[in-house]
Design a protein around this ligand. Structure first.
Ligand code: C2O
Ligand code: CU
Length: 493
């Protein structure tokens, strides 16, 4: 090879290496998040084909501070609670001790029950949780200032501090509350509890209404904080409602043996004409809630999760239990119950239509190289912000090009599932706030933008959220002065 050609090749090679290093360095540099930032400074503002709101000029165009978005009708509270976050040892029934974080010294925290229509007031105090805490009312469509997201709707409550939440319990059903500060770590360690909104009218005398909160403490699965079998006496003929709540990152397959049952609600919305089923596992997404109901038979009924020692056995004498179930079909929320009228459907005219594509690709997240989650191809914070206007009818199409299931959770709204993988929902209307999107799934959802604010829309596998699978739905004209990171120590994920 002539010397000149060799020189040329070396020169070209060197240039290529410099170029690649340069591009990578630039990508690395650009990916780094500043020490503190406003969530509205990031992301590509998308309008979903709708009008570009005049007062919304991209960044900080708004006039309304999230702190102003409070319950319109105040007055004396109908139900009042105080929850104190503190470190504590959580003792499981097996004797296992967990170095946990608790509300009022226990995990799950106190079960809060209110009646529909009540004005609820909850004062959160932080005794000694150094990273700070907040309370998000998962699935409750509260005014934005009460949503409990550190760095977006409030500052994290640091040790010695407090924050008071006030909202009207307009919905009905099964919800839960949890910290939304460093949530991927703090929820796992115990900062959560059940929140139930019961009908305003009294429950029929004798009816049994129980929560079943699934949580994995450091590899030990529990139901209502018990890692073994809980036995309870329930007289034959009693109407029973069990409220299944999954506080973990991954789906839980609940089994209910010994009776016919109905799935009567999903994510706090009653299903229309649910028919009796049996030998069916009910798959509850991470963060999701399913209610099941039955009339107590003269023999034992057992609620369990395959491979879990934790279970709940009900029986007329309080002694019975059942062997673990074998087989069974899987409950399909897209084809259960009967259709009925909804305020909008697939044939409605949508003001905005967004796409939420979940993917994974190599790149940098805050300077860290690796395989990272993407939303519409971008790695956090290079993710979209869906801008809406009050009153809009919004359609969102979610796809999942990864090998993981993602329980997608939109704050402040309930969405109607229109279709799954091209097939329309054929049973009861299916409203959700936490939807498991399995690999290769494609869902079409619709919601009414009727609750102004800046709302998180994220994966409720909280590990994934902390790894960047999170974005916001922002109402035009609303802004937050709060900052993630910085002196207020806000870390929503
Ligand atoms: Cu249950 Cu944003 O969370
Ligand atoms: Cu996920």
């Amino acid at each position: 090879m002539p010397a000149t050609l060799l020189k040329l090749l070396v020169a070209v090679g060197t240039l290529l290496v410099v170029a690649v290093v340069g591009v990578l360095g630039w990508a690395w540099w650009n990916s780094r998040l500043p020490e503190t930032y406003n969530v509205m400074d990031y992301g590509a503002h998308e309008y979903g084909g709708g009008t570009v709101p005049g007062e919304h000029t991209g960044h900080h165009g708004g006039a309304l501070d999230v702190a102003q978005l409070k319950e319109a009708k105040q007055g004396p509270a109908d139900s009042r609670f105080t929850l104190t976050a503190r470190k504590a040892t959580i003792k499981l029934a097996s004797g296992r001790a967990i170095d946990g974080l608790t509300f009022d010294g226990q995990s799950p925290g106190p079960e809060l029950r209110v009646r529909q229509g009540e004005l609820v007031e909850v004062t959160l105090k932080n005794e000694d949780v150094e990273q700070g805490v907040s309370i998000h009312w998962h699935g409750v469509d509260v005014p934005n200032a009460e949503d409990g997201v550190a760095g977006v709707t409030q500052d994290a409550v640091m040790p010695g501090g407090s924050y008071t939440y006030r909202f009207r319990a307009k919905q009905l059903g099964t919800f839960w509350y949890h910290t939304h500060q460093a949530s991927s770590k703090e929820v796992r360690r115990g900062l959560f509890g059940a929140f139930v909104i019961e009908p305003a009218a009294d429950r029929p005398a004798g009816a049994v209404d129980l929560v079943a909160v699934a949580h994995d403490f450091d590899g030990t699965p529990t139901l209502n904080g018990n890692d073994g079998l809980t036995k309870q006496q329930v007289a034959a003929g009693t109407p029973v409602r069990l409220r299944l709540i999954n506080t973990d990152n991954t789906p839980q397959r609940f089994t209910l043996e010994g009776t016919l049952f109905r799935v009567v609600a999903i994510d706090g919305t009653d299903l229309n004409e649910p028919q009796p089923i049996e030998n069916t596992t009910v798959n509850v997404p991470g963060g999701g809630r399913y209610d099941v109901a039955f009339t107590m038979p003269p023999s034992a009924v057992e609620l369990g999760i395959p491979d879990y020692a934790a279970a709940l056995a009900l029986s007329p004498d309080g002694q019975g239990d059942l062997p673990p179930p074998t087989g069974g079909t899987e409950f399909d929320p897209a084809a259960y119950g009967r259709p009925t009228k909804t305020p909008f459907d697939a044939s409605s005219r949508f003001d905005r239509q967004f796409v939420f594509d979940i993917g994974r690709k190599p790149g940098f997240l805050d300077g860290r190289p690796g395989m990272h989650w993407t939303i519409n191809g971008g790695i956090y914070p290079d993710v979209p912000v869906f801008v809406v206007e009050q009153g809009d009818l919004v359609k969102v199409t979610i796809t999942n090009d990864t090998k993981s299931v993602h329980p997608m959770h939109l704050h402040g709204h309930h969405a109607l599932v229109l279709s799954r993988n091209g097939e329309a929902v054929s049973g009861s209307p299916w409203w959700t706030d936490t939807l498991d999107v399995e690999p290769n799934d494609r869902y079409e959802l619709a919601f009414r933008a009727d609750n102004p604010g800046i709302w998180m829309d994220h994966c409720h596998n909280l590990k994934h959220a902390a790894e960047g699978l999170t974005m916001h739905v922002a109402y035009a004209g609303v802004e937050t002065p709060l900052r993630v990171g910085g002196r207020a120590h806000n870390h929503p994920e």
